[in-house]
Design a protein around this ligand. Structure first.
Ligand SMILES: Cc1cc2nc3c(=O)[nH]c(=O)nc-3n(C[C@H](O)[C@H](O)[C@H](O)COP(=O)(O)OP(=O)(O)OC[C@H]3O[C@@H](n4cnc5c(N)ncnc54)[C@H](O)[C@@H]3O)c2cc1C
Length: 470
């Protein structure tokens, strides 16, 4: 990489805001483009405790705790014939908790904080086209509020945080691959006075499976509850054809679950209904010369375990640490790209494996817990840890631990094999085939990257690990 001074970030969601803020605080000159004007609506309301660590770094956790956001201590999963509770505060200590957030307010807080940290934030500016020279982005054509195009070319490094629209991977690199197991559609709306399953930890999410897919029930601080259904696209299409409007369809689908119906018995619907395809995908590469893809721009996973914002903020953190370390000359460009790619793809792969196992009709709670234990402890797992490894993974804490202590007890090859195996099993009898080619064809080299670790003190960056990486 050439000496880095000016960073251009496309997208002002959690991934873009985190990356931009942390880089500006490290003294880099950061310009962020966001095509919307905030506040703007966004789905993705249920957060993991790992986001608290990143928000601490941004100086924002206190603001979230102080009011306006619902504290979340875990959730209840009513899945097939099983039911289990994950209470992070009981498993890991009272300070381990997160929030359920109105994303319009949350994302605005993050973006304003970016601006207050020195980022030049341009709202209403959409990046339309990126020009590459020798594989490296050198200029971006933009429009402001759909006006005349103009070009930005005064940057040394480009961070694509454009979310599911994925500017670089869909329009320029052509390297996004859908996962055949998760071709789903989500439909959701908001209710006042909704109930929660018994034993739900404070502010917890309820996840309830059904023959049509699975439901989320997420309580928000203003008394509304977000209630949605995720179902395979063919199931959704079958129901869709029988109803004249999304609202009618939504109420019909909600009515098909006795458990959800019970929770909404006293509740009052607050229009409107929203629908979004939420196919999962990964880009073949999350980085390349002069660029990185963070958050949903790189990969997206079915929202079953509510980990999208975790992946967005975690990848923003590791991207910023890698870029800042490179800008200071502490690591080479190749090392910076490698650490980012390694940590982000590992995090995604582990979650992919766990979500895939829950899509396997024949697996039970014990299987999910056992899968989780193998994904956290590898061969050291004894199969007796109960909900703790599952709770740790869905809290995002395994990823943070690995990045900060350079401890990779599970080889990436094992994670990839596990993700492949559970997808294949979950799809048995179906028509699709698992496609993990990006994970298998360009395997991450543990020996090369294990040994680097993310550090936040005295400055955000990367450091050689003291340990043996085991
Ligand atoms: C149905 C559903 C339910 C979900 N539930 C959860 C949940 O409960 N918990 C959870 O953690 N996650 C959830 N997610 C996932 C979560 O929404 C995302 O993972 C998260 O928002 C990703 O953050 P991001 O910053 O990468 O992208 P985004 O939040 O999408 O931000 C991208 C930003 O880039 C801007 N942008 C896009 N293109 C351009 C461009 N060309 N130029 C300039 N700006 C651009 C957009 O306007 C947007 O503001 C859910 C997702 C779906 C689909």
């Amino acid at each position: 990489m050439a000496p880095l001074r000016k960073i251009l970030v496309i997208g002002g969601g959690p991934a873009g805001s985190v990356t931009a803020t942390l880089l500006a605080r490290e003294g880099l000159d950061v310009h962020l483009l966001e095509r919307e004007h905030f506040p703007r609506y966004h789905i993705g309301e249920s957060l993991t405790p790992s986001t608290r660590t990143v928000l601490d770094l941004l100086g924002l956790s206190g603001r979230l705790d102080a009011g306006g956001f619902q504290i979340k201590r875990g959730g209840v999963f009513r899945w097939g014939s099983d039911e289990w509770v994950v209470d992070w505060s009981k498993l890991f200590g009272p300070q381990v908790c997160s929030w359920q957030v109105d994303r319009a307010a949350f994302d605005q807080l993050l973006l304003e904080n970016a601006e207050a940290s020195g980022v030049t934030v341009d709202q209403g500016v959409a990046a339309r086209n990126v020009v590459f020279d020798s594989g490296r982005p050198v200029s971006v054509t933009c429009t402001r509020d759909r006006g005349e195009p103009f070009v930005i070319d005064d940057f040394d490094f480009l961070v694509d945080a454009s979310g599911r629209s994925g500017l670089l991977s869909t329009r320029h690199l052509g390297n996004r691959r859908p996962h055949p197991l998760f071709r789903n559609v989500a439909i959701w709306g908001y209710w006042a006075n909704a109930g929660q399953l018994p034993l739900t930890p404070e502010g917890g999410i309820n996840v309830i499976s059904s023959p049509d897919g699975w439901y989320w029930i997420i309580p928000l601080a203003d008394g509304r509850t977000s209630v949605g259904l995720v179902s395979p696209k063919d199931v959704f299409a079958r129901h869709r054809s029988r109803h004249s409007s999304p609202e009618e369809l939504y109420h019909a689908l909600i009515g098909r679950s006795a458990a959800v119906g019970d929770l909404l018995r006293e509740a009052e619907f607050r229009p409107a209904v929203r629908v979004e395809t939420d196919y999962s995908y990964t880009a073949d590469a999350f980085s390349g010369p002069g660029h990185m893809l963070v958050g949903d721009a790189a990969c997206f996973l079915d929202p079953l375990l509510s980990t999208g914002v975790h992946l967005a903020m975690y990848s923003g953190l590791t991207a910023a640490a890698s870029i800042a370390a490179n800008a200071r000359g502490e690591v080479t460009g190749q090392e910076a790209l490698g650490f980012f790619e390694y940590t982000y793809r590992r995090a995604y792969t582990r979650l992919l494996a766990l979500v895939s196992s829950m899509y396997d009709d024949y697996d039970t709670k014990e299987d999910f817990f056992w899968t989780a234990e193998r994904l956290v402890h590898g061969d050291h797992g004894a199969g007796r840890s109960g909900a703790a490894p599952f709770g740790e993974i869905i809290a995002g804490l395994s990823d943070l631990r690995e990045a900060t202590v350079s401890s990779t007890r599970v080889l990436t090859e094992r994670l990839t094999d596990e993700a492949f195996r559970v997808q294949r099993r979950a799809m048995a009898g179906g028509t699709g085939r698992p496609d993990l080619a990006p994970l298998r064809e360009s395997p991450l080299d543990d020996n090369e990257w294990r040994g680097w670790q993310l550090v936040t003190e005295p400055r955000l960056g990367l450091a050689r690990s003291e340990g043996d990486g085991k």
